[in-house]
Design a protein around this ligand. Structure first.
Ligand code: ADP
Ligand code: MG
Length: 308
């Protein structure tokens, strides 16, 4: 059965998630969000293009889920409360099975992030997904990249490099990773979890924050530049999962942990007296210099779309 644009929106994209702030969601010309007095909007958008951000034959639910988590992670990094999201979808064809799976991915990400789907756009063309997320915070009370001060501790949540290892497994048949760890690492790539609760907890406590989406070294560089400080990373302190610690090639493991993207953990700076949140660890210090220093590492790069 051929699906028209409006049937398709009605069937797959209405009624996903809810929030008290939403006055009007999918179905009108614009969504309406009402924030409590004294709050500001925090807004971010992220695009995922077939063949660039995911393989054309990826599972539709994974594509949708990852696109939403990548966008939601930016709200986490700012310490925002999730309010709603918009989804602009460009599709080569309206295939009911594909769309049903895609909508499942939206639904599970919406449940986990507490972001209701409040609108979007649907067009025909090469597969592209743009997710715009909206959050809120009290006026003047949100995390930024720019507040790190010399002497602050540099900290990170969770473990790093898992998603890059998971992608390596998905990309090629044999990475030599023990089979016991394969499912965990793949899930770290396919089902990341934006650190929204941690971001809100750090709001008002951390002096700066950024999410690790392009790789630790690169994202630490963004934070350092925005704050006008240097950061010193202790390579040995970078948290590794059991799966990565078990891997036989420590040089490759370090590459994944320092340069791999897509973990969506939070990198943040804490003043000395602040308590370290659960599941977070100190990996270095903020210095009065410039740029990122990490002993034993020369080229401080990660993923860059325009690098040649
Ligand atoms: P308009 O022509 O006024 O731009 P559309 O026909 O594009 O409106 O969309 C109708 C309604 O469906 C709007 O509320 C829009 O936000 C919503 N919508 C369209 N596509 C999507 C989508 N992929 N996901 C969620 N909502 C969507
Ligand atoms: Mg209109």
């Amino acid at each position: 059965m051929a699906l028209g644009e409006f049937d398709l929106i009605e069937r797959y994209f209405s009624q996903i998630g809810e929030s008290p702030s939403v006055r009007i969601g999918v179905g009108d010309d614009a969504a309406v969000l009402e924030l409590p007095e004294g709050h500001v909007h925090l807004i971010s958008t992220d695009t995922a293009v077939s063949g660039v951000h995911f393989l054309p034959d990826s599972q539709p639910d994974v594509i949708a889920y990852r696109a939403i988590m990548a966008a939601a992670s930016d709200l986490a990094a700012m310490g925002a409360k999730p309010e709603g999201m918009l989804l602009a979808l460009t599709l080569p064809e309206a295939n009911a099975d594909w769309l049903a799976s895609f909508a499942d991915g939206i639904r599970s990400a919406s449940e986990l992030t507490l972001l209701p789907l409040i609108g979007g756009d649907t067009t025909r063309g090469p597969l592209t997904i743009t997710v715009t997320v909206m959050g809120s915070a009290p006026i003047g009370c949100y995390l930024t990249r720019s507040g790190a001060r010399p002497g602050d501790r540099l900290c990170v949540s969770g473990t790093l490099g898992d998603a890059a290892a998971g992608l390596a497994i998905l990309d090629r048949a044999d990475t030599g990773i023990a089979s016991a760890h394969v499912a965990f690492l793949k899930s770290r790539f396919n089902q990341p979890m934006a650190r929204l609760a941690l971001g809100r907890k750090l709001n008002g406590v951390a002096t700066s924050a950024i999410d690790v989406s392009d790789g630790l070294l690169v994202d630490a560089g963004h934070l350092a530049r925005s704050s006008g400080v240097g950061v010193i990373i202790d390579r040995e302190a970078v948290p590794l999962s059991v799966a990565l610690r078990a891997y036989a090639d420590p040089a490759q493991t370090m590459e994944w942990a320092l340069r791999g993207g897509d973990d969506y953990e939070l990198l943040f700076t804490l003043p000395d007296q602040a308590e370290m949140p659960d599941d977070c660890i100190e990996i270095g210090r903020v210095s009065s210099g410039v740029g990122v220093r990490c002993d034993g590492v020369e080229k401080l790069t990660g993923y860059d779309h325009f690098e040649r």
